[in-house]
Design a protein around this ligand. Sequence first.
Ligand code: AMP
Length: 279
Amino acid sequence: MQVVSTVKEVRDIVAEWRKEGKTVGFVPTMGYLHEGHGSLISKAVEQNDKAVVSIFVNPMQFGPTEDLESYPRDLEKDSKFCESLGADLIFHPEPEEMYHEGFSSFVDMTVLTEELCGLSRPVHFRGVCTVVSKLFNIVQPDRAYFGQKDAQQLAVIKHMVDDLNMNVEVIGCPIIREEDGLAKSSRNTYLSAEERKAALILSKTIFMGQKMVEEGETDAVKLVEAMKKNIETEPLAKIDYIKAVDGMTMQQVTELKSPVLVAMAVYIGKTRLIDNFVC
Ligand code: AMP
């Protein structure tokens, strides 16, 4: 496995693979990898001749008061992890390699980014769409893998690829959870022992919501209200949002007609965590 930091190196390596007729799978990440990322990498390895992982904490997708500086980083550990899963290449650029002086082109999306994380993090999806477009142009993969954990991001990327005729197949992968249910996240490392226990309220509430739907609930407003009440039983939790939205347009719905995405962002102390289910 190779680790490179320039666009040129990626292009040269991928060009060689292409000459040999190899297919390329791609997993964009911000690093500090865990088994959630691992599931995407394993799928990329399994479904393609070559697998590329990018590790880039993208400044453009963080708001001015967010955790860009403190976001956890460990390239050495990440490299070992990727290698153990059979990845062929890590692309780990510095911000200057991705955003040269005078950078002024952006990919922006309307509608799908108006609700959920797009509402709480106004610059977030512009940063995500811009960096993912750039990474797709650099790597030119056949397939790219994204987690359902970031459900709105997955919908946004699928929509962008369709809108802009990008020649890549976007593959969504299920949420990987800790044994006790908490969705795996690089940001879980911010949690103190007490907060880690409190964070379980997210997955417990997701499972509770799923059960309500299985038992016949069709009213999205009632479902969301019940989920909010459950989160409020945890003193360390503060709701950013819990919403039921159309799975394609990300616009709020009042009825649970499939496919609906039920998504939440909840602060546990200062750490903002997300979780969701689709019904
Ligand atoms: P990140 O490094 O947080 O930007 O995540 C990179 C990719 O890994 C995104 O497509 C995420 O949705 C995906 N991912 C992160 N956590 C999980 C998880 N627990 N299960 C599945 N996919 C995940």
